[in-house]
Design a protein around this ligand. Structure first.
Ligand code: DOR
Ligand code: ZN
Length: 423
């Protein structure tokens, strides 16, 4: 046997197991997870005092490769992933060129072969993300895509979106919808509310997100087709997802740690590192999103890891939207939800490891025999302060900068090999 992880506190939600156990690994796969395994192995790692979970799957990241590799490339993006305990990422297609044909998919998968995480490309819903002509979903799936999305942009035409939902479903791909009505945004740069008014900057009204979320859920219900709602940020959108799911619509959804941690009060700093799309909202939204994460209405926690350069982020009003998140997502979730007694580790593992893989139909997420040995090992109690300069990502635009987080990734294992170690 190649490796044994001894005496860690294993949380294996998919198998309903939680407790101190050993994990035996051979040839990159899980052989067994049980207390007091007697077999010997070439390498033994003592995990006492640490929590051992399946590697995280972040189903919403933006690696800028191809096209803007000065912000991030597939290799550095996966280094950031490994440092965050993330062993699988699904990367959004708003690259240059966009991922609307097999050739770009093949470029990504080829480059990802040497990366420290598994990369699953998401293809575009429409050619060039123009919202007009559907991509060839059979071609995208055969090339290796696991979902389709025009993330960063909405598909404005409802008829085109309806056709996309049906065609993608029959090609075996989930549609991930970025819910935004740009006519309502009309140049807004932060949540529209008391803070934007005081600052005198143009707001992004919440109905921009809510109207589109409502449309997607209504269409998914009427068509009897699945839909996945990306980065939910408002209380009303949350309610719509809850309602849809309650009445049998095949709706799944995700949110990001910043939406249950921070509010638009942060924007008072006039710092573009707190700007993303959708924007940080209000305390009521944070409460609603937190509830929905904890009660299971939201299926996944993702990062929307969106690297941008310091130069671009220097101008509060002109900077592009987006924040990096891969290296802080587990720690921020532990700090905000677990250490405050709002959520169990089991549910965190469901949200960050099991559900994203189920939605995308990709392997892993448990310690069952034969699963890939993709594992995150963390110290739930270690406190650290987020220093943007210490991130592995090429870009440092984190909205958690300077915050003290509790919970730190100590080691990440991919196919049985250590790809990250916190020393
Ligand atoms: O803040 C965001 N940044 N939201 C998106 O939807 C796109 C992303 C990006 O690509 O930078
Ligand atoms: Zn995104």
């Amino acid at each position: 046997m190649d490796l044994i992880l001894k005496n860690g506190f294993v949380v294996d939600s998919a198998n309903n197991f939680e407790g101190v156990a050993d994990v035996l690994i051979d040839k990159g796969k899980i052989v067994k997870c049980a207390p007091d395994i007697e077999e010997s192995a070439d390498k033994i790692i003592d995990c006492s005092g640490r929590t051992v979970i399946p590697g995280l799957c972040d189903m919403h990241v933006h690696f800028r490769d191809p096209g803007q590799t000065h912000k991030e490339d597939i290799i550095t993006g996966c280094e950031a992933a490994a440092a965050g305990g993330v062993t699988a990422v699904a990367c959004m297609p708003n690259t240059t060129p966009p991922v609307d044909n097999a050739e770009v998919v093949m470029y990504i998968l080829n480059k990802a072969r040497k990366a420290k995480a598994k990369v699953y490309p998401i293809g575009c819903i429409t050619k060039g993300m123009k919202g007009e002509e559907l991509c060839d979903y059979e071609e995208l799936r055969k090339a290796g895509c696991v979902a389709v999305s025009d993330d960063g942009k909405p598909v404005l035409n409802a008829r085109i979106m309806a056709r996309a939902m049906v065609k993608a479903h029959y090609a075996g791909l989930r549609v991930i919808s970025h819910c935004e009505d740009p006519d309502i945004i009309a140049g807004g740069i932060m949540n529209s509310g008391a803070v934007s008014k005081e600052l005198g900057v143009k707001g992004m009204h919440r109905m921009s997100e809510d109207t589109q979320t409502a449309r997607e859920i209504v269409m998914a219900g009427d068509l009897e087709m699945p839909i996945h709602i990306a980065h939910v940020s408002t209380a009303t959108s949350m309610l719509l997802v809850r309602l849809g799911a309650r009445y049998g619509t095949m709706v799944t959804s995700e949110t990001c740690p910043h939406y249950f941690t921070l509010t638009d009060e942060k924007l008072r700093l006039r710092d573009a590192d707190y700007r993303m799309n959708p924007p940080l909202r209000t305390e009521d939204d944070v409460t609603a999103i937190t509830e929905a994460v904890c009660d299971g209405t939201i299926d996944c926690i993702v990062t929307d890891h969106a690297p941008h350069t310091a130069e671009e982020k220097a101008d509060f009003e002109k900077a592009p939207n987006g924040v990096v998140g891969l290296e802080t997502s587990l720690a921020a979730t532990l700090t905000e939800l677990y250490h405050r007694g709002k959520i169990s580790l089991r549910r965190i593992v469901k949200l960050m490891c099991v559900n994203p893989r189920r939605i995308l139909n990709i392997p892993g997420g448990s310690f069952s025999e034969g699963e890939p040995a993709d594992i995150a090992i963390f110290d739930p109690n270690e406190e650290w302060i987020v220093d943007p300069d210490k991130l592995h990502s090429k870009s440092h635009n984190t909205c958690f900068k300077g915050m003290k987080l509790k919970g730190r990734v100590k080691m990440t294992i991919l196919n049985g090999n250590v790809v990250y170690e916190d020393k």
